[in-house]
Design a protein around this ligand. Structure first.
Ligand code: MF3
Ligand code: CO
Ligand code: CO
Length: 249
């Protein structure tokens, strides 16, 4: 699929979808506490999405069974909500997507449950910084490799592993559009970014090797070595200046 350049009208709709999914992310973030189950977070997420007139884009996507992804500790992404009870010391990634007036927004954060270890806090901080570095690199005229390298550099500079099997993506009328956006790469290589491209950037970092495995539920991606993982994601629009973050509140 060719990379889609959005018109001003489409960007306005992407802005609305982005705002809604950012509000949902915020409602979920403040709901995280020891004792809550991941299914309760999913139910809240679906309610917050629908009350804004949007639909959960993940539900039914390639058969995915829930409205949001909830990935705890060594789970990297695509954790299926269920009866797991969050405990103090856990870190939990909340990934949510909405479709509104035909356009998609996709955003994720990793949240501490109660008090967490310094190593877990550092992992979260560096992953958030890696996303910020990727966004700063995502400017018209730069290349996709510059964005990927920004994440890799940030992670490896901090001694953390970068997940290679999953990455960011174009986004618009579809949740996943071209291009695929790896979180490792070489500067000055790859697709040249142009104003009007809308992208989901999503570094996934881990303490340890960051090699992955998929559980028997066919969705949940975990670290092979059991190390903690964190994930942050924003939907952005490339402009002639700094990227516009569509999922920032
Ligand atoms: N939100 C994920 C992403 O960031 C995709 C989730 S697909 C699902 O690209 F099926 F698990 F919902
Ligand atoms: Co996502
Ligand atoms: Co995404």
């Amino acid at each position: 699929m060719a990379v889609v350049i959005k018109s001003a009208h489409e960007l306005a709709l992407m802005r609305e979808a982005g705002r809604i999914v950012a509000e949902v992310r915020e409602a979920l973030r403040v709901a995280v506490r020891p004792g809550i189950t991941t299914a309760e977070l999913d139910a809240l997420g679906e309610q917050e999405i629908r009350k804004r007139g949007a639909e959960p884009s993940f539900k039914g996507y390639r058969g995915y069974p829930a409205s949001i992804c909830v990935s705890v500790n060594d789970e990297i992404v695509h954790g299926i909500p269920g009866d797991r009870v969050l405990q103090a010391g856990d870190i939990v990634s909340l990934d949510q997507g909405v479709i509104y007036k035909g356009y998609q927004g996709d955003t994720a954060i990793t949240v501490a449950v109660g008090a967490i270890s310094p190593a877990a806090q550092r992992l979260m901080d560096v992953t958030r910084e890696a996303l910020a570095a990727a966004i700063a690199a995502a400017r018209a005229g730069q290349r996709l490799g510059d964005v990927s390298w920004a994440v890799q550099r940030c992670a490896e500079g901090a001694g953390l592993g970068v997940v290679r099997e999953y990455g960011g993506h174009g986004i618009g009328r579809h949740l996943h559009e071209d291009p695929h956006i790896p979180n490792i790469g070489e500067p000055r290589r790859g697709l040249r970014l142009r104003s009007g491209m809308t992208l989901a950037l999503e570094p996934m970092l881990a303490i340890g090797t960051a090699q992955t495995r998929v559980l028997d539920d066919v969705w949940t991606v975990v670290t092979r070595d059991g190390g903690l993982s964190a994930h942050f994601e924003h939907t952005i629009a490339i402009t002639d200046g700094e990227a516009e973050v569509l999922t920032r509140l």
